[in-house]
Design a protein around this ligand. Structure first.
Ligand SMILES: [Zn+2]
Length: 308
C-alpha cells in the first residue's frame, strides 16, 4: 500500500495555556472497524501526550445507540491492545465500557444540563421537519427561535440560541451563526447530539488539548461557542489542533465502510504490527521502520508541524 503525502500542512490552534499537564483523549466511535486513518490520528495524539508529560484518556463514543455495536467495541480494544496503546484513564475492557463508561450512563446528566440551557432561554425546542429545512441546506433559518415550543422526545429537537460572534481558530475565522445557524444539541430521537455530548464529556474529564482532522473545524467552533455559553472555562481555553486530512491510497478520506483499510482486515492479510506502524509513519512523513508506538517519540520534533 502506498502512502499519500498529507496535503499542505495547514494548522489551527486556539489560545494556548501555560505550564500545565495537558489532558488528551482518543475517541473512537464503535460504528465501524478501526481503520488506518483512526490509527494515524491516535498516534499523533498519543505522541503529543507522551512528549508533553500529558494524560491520555480513552473515550468510546457510543452515544449513537442505533449505530454502536458491541462487535466494534471489541474491535477497538483488540486493535488498540495489539498496537500497544496505553491509557491513563477510561475503560480497560469491553465489559468496563458497557458496564461503567457507556454514554448511556451520562445521558440523564446531559439532559439536565440541556434543561438548564432551555430554562435560561439559551436553547429552544425545534419541531421543524427535515423536509421543511431542505431548501436551506446547512443553514438553519431560525424558524422556531421565538415559538416557545416544548421539547418532546420524538417530536422536537433542541437547538442552541447561537450568539452572533465569530470564532478564531489559528489563522481561520469561523462564523457558525452565519454558516450553520443554531445547531442541534439534543436530537429528535431523544439522544444528545455529537457537539453537545462531546463537549460535556471533555469538560467533565478536564480534556484541554484536542488533536483532530481539519474536517472537524466546524465542530471545534461549535463546541467552543457552546463552552462559552455554558461557562466551561477550561475548554474555552483549550488547545485545539487540526491536522490536514490524511487521504487513503486512492486519494480519498479514510472510510470505516472500506474494509481494505481496517486494521482487522490488514492483520488478516498478513500485516504485522511493524508493517502497520511503518505505514502510518509514512503517512506522517517519516520514512523509517517503526516497531512500537514509543518509536514515534523520537520523531516528536518532526511531527510538530501537525500541532503548531
Ligand atoms: Zn425549527
Amino acid at each position: 500500500m502506498q502512502a499519500a503525502a498529507p496535503s499542505g500542512a495547514r494548522l489551527c490552534y486556539n489560545t494556548p495555556m501555560q505550564n500545565h499537564r495537558p489532558i488528551l483523549r482518543i475517541a473512537p466511535t464503535p460504528s465501524g472497524y478501526l481503520h488506518l486513518g483512526n490509527i494515524i490520528n491516535f498516534i499523533l495524539t498519543r505522541t503529543y501526550a507522551r512528549a508533553h508529560g500529558g494524560v491520555l484518556l480513552l473515550r468510546i463514543d457510543d452515544m449513537d445507540e442505533a449505530r454502536s455495536k458491541k462487535e466494534f467495541i471489541e474491535d477497538i480494544f483488540a486493535q488498540l491492545d495489539w498496537l500497544g496503546f496505553d491509557f491513563d484513564a477510561g475503560p480497560s475492557s469491553v465489559q468496563e465500557q458497557l458496564q461503567k463508561h457507556s454514554f448511556k450512563y451520562k445521558k440523564q446528566s446531559y439532559r439536565q444540563q440541556l434543561q438548564t440551557l432551555l430554562d435560561q432561554n439559551a436553547a429552544y425546542a425545534c419541531g421543524c421537519s427535515r423536509k421543511q429545512l431542505r431548501p436551506y441546506g446547512n443553514l438553519y433559518p431560525g424558524f422556531c427561535r421565538d415559538e416557545g415550543h416544548q421539547l418532546r422526545a420524538g417530536k422536537s429537537a433542541a437547538r442552541i440560541r447561537l450568539p452572533e460572534e465569530k470564532i478564531v481558530l489559528g489563522d481561520r475565522e469561523l462564523h457558525p451563526a452565519k454558516e450553520y445557524g443554531d445547531f442541534i444539541l439534543w436530537r429528535k430521537d431523544d439522544l444528545p447530539a455529537y457537539h453537545f455530548a462531546s463537549l460535556l464529556f471533555d469538560a467533565e474529564a478536564g480534556v484541554d488539548t484536542l488533536i483532530r482532522g481539519e474536517d472537524l473545524l466546524f465542530s471545534s467552533a461549535a463546541q467552543l461557542q457552546l463552552a462559552k455559553v455554558m461557562g466551561k472555562q477550561r475548554f474555552v481555553q483549550s488547545r485545539i489542533y487540526h491536522h490536514p486530512l490524511l487521504l487513503d491510497p486512492r486519494g480519498q478520506k479514510f472510510s470505516k465502510s472500506d474494509r481494505s483499510v481496517s486494521i482487522a482486515q490488514m492483520r488478516q492479510s498478513g500485516y504485522t504490527k511493524k508493517d502497520i506502524l511503518t505505514l502510518a509513519a509514512r503517512f506522517l512523513g517519516i520514512e523509517k521502520q517503526i516497531e512500537t508506538l514509543e518509536g514515534f517519540l523520537g520523531y516528536a520534533q518532526k511531527l510538530q508541524r501537525f500541532y503548531t
